[in-house]
Design a protein around this ligand. Structure first.
Ligand SMILES: [Zn+2]
Length: 867
């Protein structure tokens, strides 16, 4: 598994299964809490009357509930779950808006009559616990607090938008003892609680005691219901939509045995009245924290077996660990022992924090049960207490069970497969795979309870940031499918312009998207021959045979081997990809034991490490003494099939072509919008030779002057994927969309505190996605980090609007309507760098806009999809 168990979320509601709660209610002779039932208000009114006229007020002196007022029973025993949700306004005491979410969203889709504004999510990070832990490690603390966490949240906060909280965000204090009318249930509205004494354990979010200043007001009535004082008045966190507590606790989740190493985990502890998570904990396992930067260089000491290539002049190679951080359980050939640490890999560290934060914001199967539709109505049936069904068998702590309309469960292949079928997820998945008949996107079905069903299926979305593992893939992309998950929750409106794009399973990289989605990985040959990959870019069948010994990884960023593992016992039926050997399979259980192309570490002939890997994109991998092939390493290099060999050298065998690294230059026809659509790729060799491959040349062999052998032209759409952006960035809307952790015109700089102060980044407008009308005046202000010297417009502005080149402000009175959505790209230029931001406008006639509210400058309506 990649990083962490997501256990807290599944443990979250452990003591809240309907059965136990009802049982408790019965024990104390109480009624179930009314929750979201329509009768709630009536009941509250009635209760007030009761309170007012009843002299028989009972003090529940035994109401010691360590984790929340909702429990109200004697329970001194251990608290099983670390996270305890509160719902239905009981815990999330904040008002998202005076208007219901759904109402706004529905209107937004119907017509342009809404003033609903979704704005970038504001996450308030509390690092006090981790600061305390890292008191003596200032360098690690700085790395985490100033570099990694802000870099991750910079992306998350712009990619996800919410209707912002009104006023400070505060969390309901946990009342240990409270006044109740005999026979009545506890107040469902937190402001109705009359508290005798706060919980002696404090108010917790997971393992974290919530600071007093984050608590919301409560009536403290120590002596009688008639003499109360308000406490925590004026508390709360201003300008926040979510509070994330970062901790460094060592607990059982940090020492999971089934995985090599758990770096951390996250979960949420409170929801608002619409069930959106509003507070959570991100725990960084201390073992990992203390290893930061101390072990960063020697962790690549290989753990894999040595693969010796017989009769091969190439140095013998050793499998590179598939993924530094990830150590898969299951396979013996790779991934046992060894581990990486925070600090060893910037990209992984930032991706890790993004990944965990997204869990904390609601990414899990259990959260789907809480999703709401555009009208704000729950999509899964709720009980009288407002809760979805609880499945006690879903992991050690159980989990919430989404409606079958949201998650389709099947068992046809001998294992449970669950697919998310919510509308936007399906649409984005269809686009990614290029398969219109797709009806759902599968969740991971392997791994332990923290991983299973809490991530996208690794076989389908290998390099997606929300899969549970990432064997062999250098780049994680947080894609539109993950953002779609959040949109379908009803709590967020993502900005898809920040979505990454991944090569794995992408329609440009598969022969047939629908069969890629439907089949597993290998097709069995009729008559018992060796199997063949359903898609040779993605899957492989092992070394030798007629296959190339060295191939390319699916994303073409590295030369690859096809490692197979031999297991001690037969694989499950659904994982038997080799008919002649039921113990043979790919190294990762997460990818259903499918054999996939993987990068490796290169060794000298005597077995000495060369400190070089097979990654084409890393310039340090060019080991000159073994470069007979004209190879070029660097960020712009990609793997291509080649039998090229320098003049004067010959192979003493008839070897098949191999994957080799050459620099690729992607070009467009003269006059076209650069990068819009590449017409050709020019392949550059070490000796200065160039080979031009057009779109129709993909797969054709070409000779090269001064070299023996041939080069096979790559497919332009594949080899130019993302160009000219670096580090996994993708070119869209005339700019590089950088993955979390990278900034700059081409995403070539790490988003660390030092760079962030200087290089323009995260440039966006507020608002930036609106429908406006002809003849009215508008003003859009630029928001950007770093130092900007001037602003320029890459796109032609609509008539009537002008750009202030000093401030970036776009203002004026539009004179003409647009044909649908117009995406304007603006550049914020700094010192040798720039950031590009978007303003998406739809300009309509005045009569198309009926009711404009005075304080809103535009009517918010998505201009369309951006992918
Ligand atoms: Zn996860």
């Amino acid at each position: 598994m990649w990083w962490h168990a997501q256990a807290p979320q599944t443990t979250a509601e452990s003591d809240q299964s309907p059965r136990t709660r009802n049982a408790r209610a019965a024990e104390r002779g109480g009624r179930a809490r009314p929750g979201h039932s329509p009768a709630r208000r009536t009941q509250q009114l009635r209760r007030w009357r009761l309170w007012q006229r009843s002299a028989a007020v009972l003090l529940l002196s035994c109401a010691l509930a360590p984790h929340g007022v909702r429990s109200h029973q004697c329970r001194h025993g251990k608290v099983e779950g670390r996270f305890h949700e509160s719902y239905n306004g009981q815990g999330g005491v904040y008002t998202a808006s005076r208007v219901e979410y759904g109402e706004e969203r529905r209107r937004l889709q119907r017509s342009a009559q809404s003033s609903a504004v979704y704005e970038p999510l504001r996450i308030h990070v509390v690092t006090d616990p981790v600061e305390e832990f890292l008191r003596d490690e200032p360098a690690i603390l700085k790395y985490l607090k100033l570099d990694v966490i802000p870099a991750a949240l910079n992306w998350v906060q712009l990619a996800l938008r919410v209707k912002r909280a009104e006023g400070p965000l505060s969390l309901q204090p946990q009342c240990g003892r409270l006044w109740m009318v005999q026979g009545d249930s506890p107040p469902s509205n937190p402001s109705d609680i009359k508290c005798v004494a706060l919980s002696p354990n404090g108010t917790m979010c997971g393992d974290v005691p919530i600071p007093e200043e984050h608590l919301s007001p409560i009536s403290m009535c120590p002596d009688s219901v008639y003499s109360c004082t308000r406490r925590y008045e004026g508390g709360g966190v201003p300008d926040a939509d979510y509070i994330l507590y970062v901790t460094a606790n060592f607990d059982e989740a940090c020492q999971s045995e089934s995985v090599g190493s758990t770096v951390g985990y996250a979960g949420h502890c409170r929801r608002d009245q619409h069930d959106r998570p509003i507070a959570g904990q991100l725990n960084l396992c201390p073992r990992e924290l203390l290893a930061v930067n101390t072990n960063a260089t020697n962790d690549t000491a290989a753990s894999g077996p040595t693969i010796s290539l017989a009769s091969d002049q190439m140095p013998p190679t050793r499998l590179l660990r598939p993924e530094r951080r990830v150590l898969q359980g299951g396979g013996r050939s790779v991934g046992e022992g060894g581990m990486a640490h925070l600090g060893a890999d910037w990209r992984m560290d930032v991706s890790f924090v993004v990944h965990e934060t997204l869990h904390a914001l609601g990414f899990s199967e259990s959260d789907i049960a809480w999703f709401r539709d555009v009208d704000g109505q729950p999509l899964t049936h709720r009980d009288e207490q407002g809760r979805p069904p609880f499945d006690a068998s879903a992991g050690p702590q159980g989990g919430w069970l989404p409606s079958a309309a949201l998650v389709d469960t099947s068992n046809a292949t001998g294992r449970v497969v669950k697919r998310v079928t919510t509308p936007r997820v399906v649409t984005e998945a269809q686009k990614h795979f290029g398969c219109e008949s797709m009806t759902g996107l599968a969740l991971e079905d392997q791994g332990d309870f923290g991983t299973r069903f809490g991530h996208w299926e690794s076989r389908l979305l290998q390099s997606e940031g929300m899969t549970g593992s990432r064997d062999g893939q250098e780049h994680a992309a947080f894609s539109s499918m993950t953002l779609a998950f959040f949109e379908d929750s009803g709590w967020y409106l993502p900005d898809y312009s920040w979505a990454g794009d991944l090569t794995w399973g992408h329609r440009s990289f598969t022969r047939d998207g629908c069969s890629f989605v439907a089949e597993t990985c290998l097709n069995q040959a009729e008559g018992g021959g060796p199997p063949t990959p359903i898609d040779p870019n993605h899957f492989c069948v092992g070394e030798g045979g007629q296959e190339q010994k060295l191939h390319c990884t699916q994303d073409l960023r590295a030369v690859a081997l096809c490692p197979l593992a031999q297991y001690e016992s037969p694989l499950p039926l659904w994982a038997r990809h080799f008919e002649d050997d039921d113990t043979r399979g790919g190294p990762s259980q997460m990818t259903n034991f499918c054999p996939i192309w993987m990068p490796f570490e290169r060794l000298a002939p005597n077995g000495r490490p060369l400190n070089a890997t097979s990654l084409c994109t890393d310039p340090s991998n060019d080991v000159a003494e073994y470069n007979y092939f004209g190879e070029v390493y660097g960020e712009d290099s990609r793997c291509m099939a080649s039998s090229l060999l320098e003049d004067g050298y010959v192979f003493d065998d008839s070897r098949p072509p191999s994957g080799r690294c050459y620099r690729r230059e992607c070009v467009t026809a003269e006059g076209d919008d650069p990068h819009a659509d590449y017409d050709a790729v020019i392949v550059h060799l070490q000796g200065g030779q160039q080979v031009r491959c057009g779109v129709s040349d993909g797969g054709k062999w070409k000779t090269v002057e001064g070299m023996n052998g041939q080069l096979r032209c790559p497919h332009v759409a594949q080899v130019c994927f993302g160009s000219p952006c670096e580090n996994g960035g993708v070119w869209r809307d005339r700019r590089c969309v950088c993955p979390p952790g990278y900034i700059g015109k081409r995403c070539s700089h790490e988003d660390r505190s030092g760079n962030r102060r200087i290089i323009p980044s995260y440039f966006h407008y507020t608002p930036d996605d609106v429908t406006i009308k002809v003849g009215s005046s508008y003003r859009f202000e630029a928001r950007v980090q770093g130092i900007v010297r001037n602003y320029t417009s890459i796109s032609a502005l609509p008539e009537g609007l002008t750009l202030d080149t000093d401030t970036g402000t776009i203002e004026g009175t539009p004179k003409e309507t647009t044909d649908g959505c117009l995406v304007l790209t603006i550049a914020a230029g700094g010192v040798n760098e720039e950031a590009r931001g978007l303003l998406r406008l739809s300009i309509v006639d005045g009569h198309e806009v009926v009711a404009m509210q005075a304080q809103t400058i535009g009517v918010r309506m998505p201009c369309g999809t951006y992918l």
